[in-house]
Design a protein around this ligand. Structure first.
Ligand SMILES: [Zn+2]
Length: 181
């Protein structure tokens, strides 16, 4: 058996992986480490500087408390014991907050989207509802509340929030989909 031929076929016949055509999702870990990435142009992950947002979950350790979530020091949302999630009207309309918010919202099966660019309107919908989910506009003038879970599930929600990262990777990769990705 000619292993050389096999290797050639695996790598597209050229002996090397395709050059930056089939990006995988995500940021190259090695690129952001000392020493950098040895694959250079042949790496299939994105070579962009890593960006991180800090999340705080206040009240998550107190069974009697609602959970207040800050992202990079700005009030983002409150997860209430009654099953509602209240979005702050002052969430900065920038990519880092959008991305971090969506990580946090996994705990309550919600997601935010935007239509006309990240600085435009944001809507919230049930993540698991898929296409045709009912969308609620997140207002800029006042806080927006949506019913997200049964109040009896608050304990389980609190456990999911407790498992969320405080350091959230929000790096935007160059060819991320533009529509509320
Ligand atoms: Zn790389």
């Amino acid at each position: 058996m000619d292993t050389g031929v096999w290797e050639g076929a695996r790598w597209g016949g050229a002996g090397l992986p395709a050059r930056r055509t089939g990006y995988r999702r995500g940021v190259c870990r090695h690129y952001n480490e000392a020493g950098g990435c040895q694959r250079g142009d042949h790496c299939l992950y994105h070579h962009v500087p890593e960006q991180v947002a800090q999340a705080q979950y206040m009240g998550v350790d107190d069974e009697q408390s609602d959970i207040h979530v800050d992202i990079d020091g700005a009030s983002a949302l409150t997860i209430r014991r009654d099953g509602t999630v209240q979005f702050s009207h002052s969430i900065p309309r920038v990519w880092e907050h959008f991305r971090a918010l969506n990580i946090v919202l996994r705990a309550v099966d919600l997601r935010v989207r935007y239509k006309q660019g990240v600085q435009g309107d944001w809507t919230v919908e049930r993540n698991s509802a898929g296409r045709g989910a009912m969308k609620t506009l997140i207002a800029l003038e006042s806080c927006t509340s949506v019913l997200a879970f049964e109040s009896t599930d608050f304990g389980a929600v609190r456990e999911r929030v407790r498992a969320l990262p405080t350091r959230i990777q929000v790096t935007r990769v160059p060819n991320a989909p533009g529509k509320g990705a």
